[in-house]
Write a protein of this length. Structure first.
Lengths: 192, 282
């Protein structure tokens, strides 16, 4: 397994159908001293504002919060994109929210979260794309790849729905194609 | 400034991707004109919206863009396309429920006033008017809608609504546990639905920059939901200071549900409902 040796300013994880259980599994196995800020961009029902963050917090080893606009990324805190808002990572290490048009039928759009992190932090961004039923996220994680960031695609064989990771694999060759437990191993060895 | 854009057509449906230098050039040229000062908007917002405009208006050269700024119609087009439309009617049904249950009753039954300092599309205004109508107080409330684009103001005053949003708006309305009267508020013209203009009788429209105006009038309620997120922290503070100066003591201001009140205003406002971001001026 290839463990990246650069320091990262953010880890962005995107997923859609079936991703709740995978994200929950990843967060439940993280080292409690994990020190890189995490952004979670998961497709979710736009009219249900509560429940997801509470569900993730039940098992997570690090706090999961839904940010307010312009909140700062913080080491060892996972920020979950709120329902019906796009989330963008900014140069100054804050996140901004937006109610702009849906992208790939999605708000939050995973493409937007990935591409903003690539633009803001270039090679210091790490992107992980998980199971999902549409193509949102594939172009965005390619942006991280293009800016020399580190990219991980969930092994399609381990996905509940493999459309999203396969869409990414059609566009570029990521640094790693891993199963959820292997993704945790990489994350727990990252330098913040 | 005669150079061709260093921009690519973006793969993410965000229009043209402008460089930092290009964005600075464009916003600096724009800010020379009244009603076109976007220098207080956050960088990522400008990157996305200017990219959108360059793509929509098929602009390939910065010089082309800057020369056209002298044309009033072009400036109007920019204001029109910079706007981020409200996503749907009754967005965050919980907010509208609190407004109906806890806020309307705070104001003078004889008459009160509402200000929308940034009204990019009709959904938010129409939602309020429906609630007022159903509470039987529509005729007692004066509503002022403001936007820098004349065309946006015209569209709202004509009851224009994005047809694609009607179903989701209806579903939100139903979540308010209201009577099923939604369709009564629309008329149909040539196969398209329009908001019934009769409900707009007590609405005024003002074409002016967001939050800017020579208002001696103070309002009972200011709805500024999800507009502040487009600005830098500093500009948002400036705007909120202006808005609060136009809010009566005891009046209410509502922001988007994922917006917080900057610390500098904590001594001027108390929380009426934190989950729905509704605050009362002390």
């Amino acid at each position: 397994m290839n463990i990246p040796d650069q320091k990262f300013k953010v880890v962005v994880i995107g997923g859609s159908a079936g991703s709740f259980s995978v994200v929950s599994r990843i967060l439940s196995q993280l080292d409690p001293s994990f020190s890189v800020p995490i952004v979670l961009c998961l497709h979710r029902l736009k009219h249900i504002r509560s429940g997801l963050v509470e569900g993730l917090n039940m098992k997570s080893k690090i706090p999961v919060v839904e940010p307010y606009d312009k909140d700062k990324l913080r080491p060892g805190i996972a920020m979950l994109a709120p329902s019906n808002y796009h989330l963008f990572v900014e140069f100054d290490g804050t996140v901004s929210l937006s109610t702009e048009e849906v992208n790939n039928h999605s708000r939050p759009s995973i493409d937007y979260a990935f591409s903003s992190a690539a633009f803001a932090f270039r090679e210091k961004a790490l992107g992980i794309i998980l199971t999902g039923a549409n193509r949102d996220g594939a172009q965005g994680i390619k942006c991280i790849h293009d800016k020399k960031g580190f990219t991980i695609v969930q092994d399609p064989a381990s996905c509940e729905v493999d459309t999203m990771p396969r869409a990414a694999l059609k566009l570029f060759t990521p640094n790693q194609v891993l199963k959820p437990d292997e993704i945790v191993q990489v994350l727990n060895q990252l330098k913040g | 400034m005669g150079f061709i854009l260093d921009a690519d057509y973006n793969i993410l449906n965000m229009g043209v991707s402008l460089s930092i230098k290009e964005i600075k050039t464009v916003t600096s040229e724009m800010s020379k004109y009244d009603c076109l000062d976007y220098s207080g908007h956050s960088f990522s917002f400008l990157k996305r919206r200017l990219g959108h405009i360059f793509s929509q208006l098929k602009i390939r050269r910065l010089t082309q863009f800057c020369e056209q700024l002298a044309d009033e119609n072009f400036r109007e087009l920019i204001n029109y396309h910079m706007a981020v439309n409200v996503t749907e009617m009754f967005r965050d049904p919980g907010f509208w429920r609190v407004l109906r249950r806890d806020v309307f009753s705070l104001f003078d039954k004889e008459g009160w006033s509402v200000w929308f300092p940034d009204t990019p599309s009709g959904e938010e205004v129409y939602s309020l008017l429906i609630l007022l109508k159903e509470q039987g107080i529509l005729n007692n409330v004066k509503v002022l809608c403001q936007h820098p684009s004349k065309e946006k103001c015209r569209e709202i005053s004509e009851g224009v609504i994005d047809q694609k949003k009607i179903e989701i708006s209806y579903n939100n309305y139903r979540r308010l546990e209201e009577k099923d009267l939604f369709n009564n508020y629309f008329i149909e013209k040539e196969g398209e639905k329009y908001f019934n203009k009769e409900l707009l009788e007590f609405c005024e429209f003002k074409c002016a920059s967001v939050g800017v105006g020579d208002f001696n009038e103070k309002f009972d309620l200011i709805l500024f939901r999800n507009s502040g997120i487009n600005y830098t922290v500093r500009k948002k503070e400036e705007l909120l200071a202006r808005l609060l100066s136009n809010l009566k003591t005891g009046g209410i201001i509502a922001l988007g549900v994922r917006e917080s009140i900057p610390e500098v205003f904590h001594n001027q406002l108390c929380v009426l409902d934190r989950k729905e971001s509704i605050f009362k001026k002390i």
